[in-house]
Write a protein that binds this ligand. Structure first.
Ligand SMILES: *Cc1c(COP(=O)(O)O)cnc(C)c1O
Length: 233
């Protein structure tokens, strides 16, 4: 419900503060990304007025319309959904970040299609941390080679890693997935100049993710309310 957005954001920020207090972290180390898939530009504008500066979108066509409608605001747009080759040109032109890169071919296309006039496109590599056969993301053991290849591409800025743990995992299983992501992140961090982003944690588990080292959390329904089922992907 739009009228609840300010209150919802305040509640999420309180949760961030609690998790930071428990784990001895500073809240300034955490970026709150609002996942605005299925939400209208007017609703996103309300969130922006409450201090949200970073948005995440999953569907290219839907996102392009919203980015255009909100061009008057200084928002930072992250593409977080599965990315097909035929969408890379539009994504490279309109977004500031892509968090869902999991193969070299997609990174190469983004690199070629990102205009050198724009700042480099920020990239997170998505990791399949729970080894799910149906899930996007690269296997942890294949990660270093992919990161090296991406770091060598022009017009991209390799910023870190992203993961979506098993949807039906309980809190302790999620914590273990987040902890493994944090180990992977730390093991790669020193090799790349601007590798500073560990994107993990959503509405139901962002406090656990922060306790385990997330630097960016992706929160949708806890800010905007439940989404219609069809788009809930
Ligand atoms: C939809 C989505 C989210 C937000 O999920 P909520 O449970 O609504 O917070 C986060 N990350 C990705 C990749 C998503 O697709």
């Amino acid at each position: 419900m739009p009228s609840d957005i300010a209150e919802n954001i305040a509640n999420v920020r309180a949760g961030i503060a609690r998790a930071c207090a428990r784990s001895g972290r500073d809240t300034s180390a955490i970026t709150l990304l609002a996942v605005s898939k299925t939400q209208s530009p007017d609703v996103i504008r309300l969130a922006a007025q409450t201090g949200i500066a970073t948005l995440g979108e999953n569907y290219c066509q839907e996102a392009l319309e919203k980015i255009a409608a909100l061009r008057d605001r200084p928002l930072i747009w992250h593409f977080i959904g599965p990315l097909q080759s035929n969408k890379t040109a539009a994504v490279a032109a309109a977004f500031d970040w892509v968090q869902s890169v999991d193969r070299l071919k997609i990174a190469q296309r983004l690199s070629t299609q990102r205009s050198p006039e724009l700042p480099p496109l920020n990239i997170c590599v998505q990791v399949n941390i729970d080894d799910e056969t149906s899930k996007s993301g690269i296997a942890p053991n294949e990660l270093p080679v992919l990161l090296d290849a991406i770091a060598a591409l022009p017009n991209l800025n390799l910023r870190g890693l992203m993961a979506i743990p098993l949807a039906d995992a309980g809190p302790e299983q999620r914590r273990s997935s987040f902890a493994r992501m944090h180990d992977l992140f730390e093991s790669q961090r020193a090799r790349f100049a601007q590798f500073d982003t560990l994107s993990m944690g959503m509405s139901d588990d962002f406090e656990i993710a922060i306790e385990e080292g997330a630097t960016l959390i992706r929160v949708g329904s806890a800010i905007f309310g439940a989404r219609p089922r069809k788009a809930d992907k």
